[in-house]
Design a protein. Structure first.
Length: 144
């Protein structure tokens, strides 16, 4: 049972890490290449949709890892799960203020302000990406 739960946690983490990496490496640079105003217009609906996917994966991955640990999986599974789960409070307490500021902007906002906030958001999102990749590496090595 702990092996199945560990595998499910690893799967959720891999999906989260892949989506997060895609956002930082592909989606965000593409949106920024269109100019700050257009980038903001694209970021808003993308953010709403990505929130549902990524929050679900982080929470499920954490719960599967916790369950695996409670069922006899090693401490590494718990550490990986906690690291993945920490992206949720990191998002709420560190990234959310930037998200809220960007959601309040409109097409008439100062383009330099938009660009600065989008750049800050991308840097903060990169931290989430790196956290999830580190978690995935731990999950993978813990599974062997």
């Amino acid at each position: 049972m702990d092996s199945l739960l560990h595998s499910l946690a690893t799967f959720c983490c891999a999906l989260f890490a892949g989506a997060a990496l895609y956002i930082n490496a592909v989606e965000h640079p593409a949106r920024m290449s269109c100019g700050a105003t257009v980038a903001l217009s694209q970021w808003k609906p993308s953010y709403r949709r990505a929130t549902i996917l990524q929050a679900s994966l982080a929470i499920l991955g954490f719960l599967f890892a916790l369950s695996a640990w409670l069922n006899g999986s090693g401490t590494a599974s718990l550490i990986a799960g906690v690291l993945l789960g920490l992206v949720v409070p990191f998002t709420i307490f560190v990234i959310m203020p930037t998200n809220n500021r960007m959601m309040a902007l409109d097409q008439n906002s100062n383009e330099k302000s938009i660009e600065m906030l989008l750049s800050r958001w991308n840097a903060l999102h990169l931290i989430r990406t790196l956290m999830s990749i580190a978690s995935l590496v731990i999950f993978i090595f813990a599974g062997n």
